[in-house]
Design a protein around this ligand. Structure first.
Ligand SMILES: [Cu+2]
Length: 127
């Protein structure tokens, strides 16, 4: 019984840990709903990010989306950044971001809509 409980606890901790690293963020900007997600836990190296845009419940698929992830300068470490322009894949904007180290990365997500307006959303992710 004790062993079973420990196994169950270990499983719970593992699941919680994995979930914590999958990105699922929702934001709102100028009437647009912005969703930033990943399907896998973030890792040092290449990561696929997906952005969904919608307005009044309708998906917006004609925008230009790009993102910059960056980490401020820290003692003994220079400023780091990685940028990518998204491509529309199956109704979602997909981009690849390479993280050179673990920690907190801030991001600036920009999307240009068909009216030529550029909207910016800021946030951060952890790995
Ligand atoms: Cu750093």
């Amino acid at each position: 019984m004790k062993v079973l409980f420990k196994t169950f606890l270990a499983l719970l901790i593992t699941i919680g840990f994995l979930n914590a690293e999958i990105v699922e963020q929702v934001g709102e900007k100028n009437g647009y709903e912005v969703e930033l997600t990943t399907t896998k836990s973030l890792v040092v190296g290449d990561n696929d990010f997906f952005v969904t845009l919608s307005k009044d419940g309708t998906k917006v698929t004609d925008a230009k989306v790009k993102a910059k992830f960056f980490m401020p300068e820290m003692p003994g470490m220079p400023y780091m950044e990685y940028e990518d322009k998204a491509k529309l894949v199956n109704g979602k904007y997909k981009m690849m971001i390479n993280f050179s180290m673990g920690g907190t990365w801030q991001y600036q997500l920009k999307f240009k809509t068909s009216d030529d307006k550029v909207h910016t959303i800021r946030g951060s992710v952890n790995l």
